[in-house]
Write a protein that binds this ligand. Structure first.
Ligand code: NDP
Ligand code: OXD
Length: 306
């Protein structure tokens, strides 16, 4: 069996030996222009040329959860695309979102300022009931985050394309229920895939529907958020703040207003990193399963874009 690997950002020196160790019978090589046809490709943000030169793959594995970079290319309809399905990302996402939520809810930024000023100041406790958390996307990551947030007794809402039943979560589905979901939400978390239906979803109209003093946590993709609309609503006071991990242009350009905005926290697309050994183990397990003719989780539906 032949496997080719290509990544725009990951470290091939580590991935190639890892894949070889996990699949000892396979010939694993780095993809370069003109590489012989392979059975499987393992990729992150590949070049169109790789897809054009490898049109008969048994499967194309994406070494991330989001497949928007792949969807922007010309994929051959007959090649199954398989994405990472948790692989250690869900717990990272849960801790990142809970951290951002609790930091905001418990006013840690204000306490930090007091500490710097040498001031011993109590703030009135806030009620969790006044901070309902709404999660856009109740998939592998969104549902894990919803369960983690519910553990802290915040009211939790979730929004997905198809109807769901998640214990402890008020579930909404479909575009027609989006306004109700937003009106019931004070802390908005985005964990949607980036598709033509979800691009720009956090815009002026939708963000204005959130409860007053709302807080936004974007851990999905930068193009879900209309930057200028967020800034205008922060400045008007409708929004209290935002924690943003993903941006339209990454790295975030030095001149972008998010860097210096007092109500915005920026992190460098780090909320849930691809963990190499977990990801290699998952991909190798799926290759073995496919070779046996079995179904595997994480298959992308090309028509819907995720
Ligand atoms: P899933 O595919 O498991 O979940 C996606 C969820 O979004 C599903 O609940 C789906 O609904 C819902 N959804 C999709 N389209 C729509 C729509 N048009 N309207 C309403 N709901 C919709 O993905 P994951 O949870 O694994 O990952 C989510 C995203 O997180 C990734 O696509 C990626 O962009 C981002 N990500 C970011 C990382 C980071 O470091 N910042 C790391 C990893 C992922 P349904 O269940 O009905 O299909
Ligand atoms: C992913 C990511 O989609 O790292 O996995 O953003």
């Amino acid at each position: 069996m032949r496997i080719v690997y290509f990544s725009a950002d990951q470290d091939a020196d580590q991935w190639l030996p890892g894949l070889r160790a996990a699949l000892p019978g396979a010939e694993v090589s780095l993809w370069t222009q003109g590489t012989a046809p392979a059975d499987y490709a393992v990729v992150w943000k590949p070049l169109q040329q790789l897809l054009d030169e490898q049109p008969h793959l048994k499967a194309l594995f994406n070494t991330g959860a989001g497949v928007d970079a792949l969807m922007a290319l010309n994929l051959s309809a007959g090649v199954p695309v398989i994405r990472l399905d948790d692989a250690g990302m869900a717990v990272q996402m849960a801790e990142y979102v809970c951290h951002a939520l609790i930091r905001h809810f418990r006013e840690f930024d204000a306490y930090e300022a007091d500490t710097r000023a040498g001031q011993w100041t109590y703030r009135k406790p806030r009620s969790r009931a006044d901070f309902p958390v709404g999660i856009l996307g109740l998939g592998v990551l969104g549902e894990r985050v919803a369960r983690a947030v519910a553990q802290f007794d915040f009211p939790v809402n979730g929004w997905s394309r198809s109807p769901k039943d998640v214990p402890g979560v008020q579930c909404y589905s479909g575009l027609e229920r989006l306004p109700d979901f937003l009106a019931a939400t004070r802390v908005l978390v985005c964990l949607l895939p980036l598709t033509r239906d979800t691009q720009d979803i956090m815009n002026q109209e939708n963000l204005s529907r959130l409860q007053s003093g709302a807080y936004v946590i974007n851990v999905a993709r930068g193009a879900h958020l209309v930057d200028e609309d967020l800034l205008a609503l922060l400045d008007s006071g409708h929004l209290a703040g935002a924690t943003l991990d993903v941006f339209r242009t990454e790295p975030l350009p030095a001149e972008h207003p998010f860097w210096k905005h007092p109500k915005v926290t920026v992190t460098p697309h780090t909320s849930a990193r691809t963990l190499r050994s977990e990801s290699i183990a998952q991909i190798a397990g799926k290759i073995v399963a496919l070779e046996r003719g079995e179904m595997v989780a994480g298959r992308v539906e090309l028509g819907r874009g995720y």
